[in-house]
Design a protein around this ligand. Structure first.
Ligand code: NAD
Length: 472
């Protein structure tokens, strides 16, 4: 894999301030595939200064010109589609088909959506005798995770640039190579120097320096709730704008009369996608007691369709987890579930046969899970499904909402109206009704401890704007 030994700052690759490096390891065979510099506070400072210096001119650019640059960025990403997919297979372990369709194509779509929004959004409105301008929030510090590494960068950079902000990105340690590819696409697209800057590095060093930097006006973070809490505190103390996209423990509620076979099949696919490393994954399946045994059997059978395998093989649907630490964490949760008395239907903590090398975990289904068990409460971030029993729809709603999180969910019912009414009572930011498709223009973000703010579409754009009222 191609990797740069510098930081992308002020329109070019610059040497890092220090000599520390981060080794990038392939999760499918545990080989080192690259190395990037581990940035420190000096690198962050240089990048933030470049972003500040570029701000006045970029903020003053006509929205149509920003739209044209974003369209060029979309095209630059599209031209690198195969390179992006191969890089995500290599550093994340995502299966190649999923890497193309989701890890590459989704960010290309999102970049394009912000080219359209920059061109069409009303940055000025009239309210009585006031003209209200929607102005850029300033310099953005973005800190992103590894699970959808390019999507999460683009879901911050594209709206920030569309709004007229400039940005410094600190990507996750495990997946810096696709972040460097993104910087190369920014260069291809001819964005002015300093508008986008990349500092690779460790979270507690480079990430923290970015969140704390006084030259950053808005911090946008995606990652764990634990780190999000700290970032929120740092931003709050400095009275900075903050957006947090955090974890989840989403419920897939199958109401009596729903198409059980379809609901279970889609639910298992949802949990196995990206090896379960999806913040919005429906990791709790809630089934009425009368349909429970059948659902458990169907879920076990569906999980068998996801044998772990080499992510380079086009037939593979379940690759490894991103790292040894993540694999061990997930195995620990599986062992904990067994110890707590949940019934293991399929999978388990042992390495899948023939896959002792690489960070593989078998798709795992637990039955007889009760709401107070750890596997029903904590985000596992692996291909692990808990099937819970409910007695009536009110009981299902109580269990669904009995979580600190509120990112996503699903409802299945015989009648669409019934499913919609139930979804309206769920405390979560996006709920798929009877298998409704993901919409890259719909707001994405969490209720409760799943976060603050929304990404994607016009709601994602307004996060990066602030208003000024001129009374005339
Ligand atoms: P993480 O919180 O450990 O890391 C996320 C990012 O924060 C990384 O870039 C990391 O380097 C950085 N970081 C770590 N410590 C930091 C610190 N002290 N100061 C500043 N930055 C720091 O999370 P992760 O393990 O990379 O990602 C998995 C988590 O992200 C899961 O909990 C998942 O649910 C969540 N997630 C949420 C969404 C969403 O949109 N809601 C999307 C993807 C992932």
């Amino acid at each position: 894999m191609k990797s740069h030994d510098g930081m992308y700052i002020d329109g070019g690759w610059r040497p890092a301030a220090g000599t520390d490096a981060i080794e990038v390891v392939s999760p499918s065979d545990e080989r080192t595939i690259g190395s990037v510099p581990a940035g420190n506070a000096l690198d962050v400072d240089t990048a933030v200064r470049a972003a500040r210096a570029a701000l006045p001119q970029w903020a003053g650019t006509a929205p149509a010109d920003r739209a044209a640059r974003l369209a060029a960025l979309r095209d630059a990403l599209a031209a690198r589609r195969e390179e992006i997919a191969d890089t995500v297979v290599a550093e994340l372990g995502a299966p190649i088909g999923f890497a193309r369709a989701v890890h590459a194509d989704l960010p290309i779509t999102v970049a394009g959506s912000y080219a359209d929004l920059a061109a069409t959004y009303a940055f000025r409105e009239q309210i009585g005798n006031s003209t209200v301008w929607h102005e850029p929030a300033g310099v953005v510090g973005a800190i992103t995770p590894w699970n959808y590494p390019l999507h999460q960068i683009v879901a911050k950079v594209a709206p920030a640039l569309a709004a007229g902000c400039t940005i410094v990105v600190k990507p996750a340690e495990n997946t810096p190579l696709v972040a460097q590819l993104f910087a190369a696409a920014v260069a291809d697209a001819g964005l002015p120097a300093g508008v986008f800057n990349l500092v690779t590095g460790y979270g507690p060093i480079a990430g923290q320096a970015l969140a704390e930097h006084p030259g950053v006006d808005l911090v946008s973070f995606t990652g764990s709730t634990a780190v999000g809490r700290r970032i929120g505190a740092v931003a709050g103390a400095a009275v900075k704008r903050v957006a947090l996209e955090l974890g989840g423990k989403s419920a897939n509620v199958i109401l009596p009369g729903a198409d059980l076979a379809k609901a279970v099949k889609v639910g298992v696919a949802n949990v196995c996608a990206n090896a379960g490393q999806t913040c919005s994954a429906w990791t709790r399946m809630l089934v009425h007691e009368d349909a429970y045994d059948e659902a458990v059997e169907l879920a076990g059978a569906a999980a068998a369709n996801y044998p772990p395998g080499d992510p380079h093989d086009p037939d593979t649907r379940l690759g490894p987890l991103v790292s040894a630490a993540q694999r061990d964490r997930v195995r620990g949760y599986i062992e904990g579930g067994i110890a707590d008395g949940a019934r293991l239907v399929t999978g388990g903590p042992a390495a899948p046969a023939g896959l002792e090398r690489g960070y593989f975990v078998s798709p795992t289904v637990f039955a007889d899970v009760t709401p107070e068990m750890v596997i029903a409460r904590e985000e596992i971030f692996g291909p692990v499904l808990s099937v819970l029993r409910y007695t009536d729809p009110d009981d299902a709603l109580r269990i669904a909402n009995d979580t600190a999180y509120g990112l996503a969910g699903a409802v299945w019912a015989a009648e669409q109206d019934e499913a919609v009414a139930f979804a309206r009572r769920m405390d979560a930011g996006q709920i798929d009704v009877n298998g409704g498709r993901f919409n890259p223009l719909a707001p994405f973000g969490g209720y409760k401890q799943s976060g603050v703010g929304r990404e994607l579409g016009v709601h994602g754009l307004t996060e990066y704007l602030q208003t000024k009222s001129l009374q005339l």
